[in-house]
Design a protein around this ligand. Structure first.
Ligand code: XBP
Ligand code: MG
Length: 257
C-alpha cells in the first residue's frame, strides 16, 4: 500500500532550472569576471549532467579561458557553485520560482490524508531549504519524513542512492513509495531503486523517452491528460486517489520521444 510520496525537486516541484539555476549560474560567472553565459538551449543540453558543480566541470573544456589544471578547475567550480547557490536562494526569495500547478494541493492533500512526504533530489540542501521555505514557511521540514539532497550521497542520480536513502530514512519498503520525477536521470534513479515512479513532464524534458513508469502526464494540474487514463471522473488536478489508483494497478507504461 502507498505510504510515502517521494518528490524530486527541480523540474517536478517547480520549473526551477531555466529561470532559477541557469540565471544564477550566469550571475556567478559575471561576479567572477568570466564572460561565460549559459543560454536556455545550451543549459538544456547541460542538464544531462546532474549536480551543479559537475555541470560546471563538464562545460569547462568548451571554454577557452578555463583553467588548464584539474585542481584549478575543481577550485573554480567549487567557488562558482557556492556563488550560484547564493544567487539561486536570492532569486527564490524574490518570488521568481513558483511551484508547478497542482503541487501545493497534492502536498496539502497528502498531509491531510495520512500519506508521508519525502524529498529525493540531487540538488544542494540550501536550494531545497530556499524553495520549500519560500513556499511552505520555515517549518516545512517538519512535514517531511525524509529529505535527501545532493550532499547526502556519494553518487547522484541516475544512481539509485538518493532513493535508497530516502526509503531508509522514511522507513518504508520500495513498494510503499511512489516517486514523482521529470527527467530521464531521475526516472532511472527511482527505477534502479525499484521505486514505482510517475513522470510529470517538464519544460526541459518534454519528449524524452520514458520507460517502465506507472504513469506519465504533462503535470499535476490536469488529471485527464495522463497515461494510463484514470477512471472517469471530474476534470481537474491529479488527486491522492489518482496516485493510489496508479500505484495499486502498477501498470508499466512507456512513451518514446
Ligand atoms: C536537478 C539537478 C541539480 C540542479 C542544480 O536536481 O540536476 O543539479 O540543476 O543543483 P533534481 P545544484 O531534479 O534531482 O532536484 O547546483 O545544487 O547541484
Ligand atoms: Mg528533476
Amino acid at each position: 500500500m502507498l505510504q510515502v510520496l517521494l518528490w524530486d525537486v527541480d523540474g517536478t516541484l517547480a520549473e526551477s532550472e531555466r529561470d532559477g539555476h541557469r540565471v544564477a549560474f550566469n550571475r556567478a560567472f559575471e561576479s567572477m569576471g568570466l564572460s561565460w553565459r549559459w543560454s536556455e538551449a545550451h543549459y538544456g543540453t547541460l542538464l544531462r549532467i546532474t549536480g551543479g558543480r559537475e555541470r560546471l566541470l563538464a562545460d569547462m573544456p568548451a571554454q577557452s579561458d578555463a583553467p588548464a589544471l584539474a585542481d584549478e578547475r575543481e577550485a573554480l567550480a567549487r567557488e562558482l557553485h557556492r556563488r550560484k547557490n547564493a544567487a539561486y536562494a536570492e532569486i527564490v526569495r524574490e518570488g521568481a520560482i513558483a511551484l508547478r500547478p497542482g503541487v501545493r494541493e497534492l502536498i496539502e492533500e497528502a498531509l491531510g490524508g495520512g500519506l508521508a512526504l519525502g524529498i529525493a533530489t540531487t540538488t544542494s540542501r540550501s536550494n531545497v531549504e530556499a524553495l520549500l521555505g519560500r513556499h511552505f514557511g520555515a517549518g516545512w521540514g517538519r512535514h517531511f519524513a525524509a529529505v535527501v539532497c545532493g550532499e547526502d550521497v556519494a553518487a547522484k542520480k541516475p544512481d539509485p542512492e538518493v532513493y535508497l536513502r530516502a526509503l531508509e530514512t522514511a522507513q518504508v519498503g520500495t513498494l510503499q513509495a511512489l516517486a514523482l520525477e521529470d527527467s530521464p536521470g531521475g526516472v532511472a534513479a527511482a527505477r534502479a531503486a525499484e521505486v514505482p515512479v510517475a513522470v510529470t513532464r517538464s519544460a526541459y524534458f518534454p519528449n524524452d523517452t520514458v520507460e517502465g513508469v506507472i504513469a506519465i502526464g504533462p503535470g499535476l494540474h490536469d488529471r485527464l491528460a495522463w497515461v494510463p487514463a484514470l477512471p472517469a471522473g471530474a476534470a481537474g488536478r491529479v488527486t491522492l486517489e489518482d496516485l493510489r489508483h496508479w500505484h495499486a494497478s502498477m501498470e508499466h507504461v512507456s512513451q518514446f520521444g
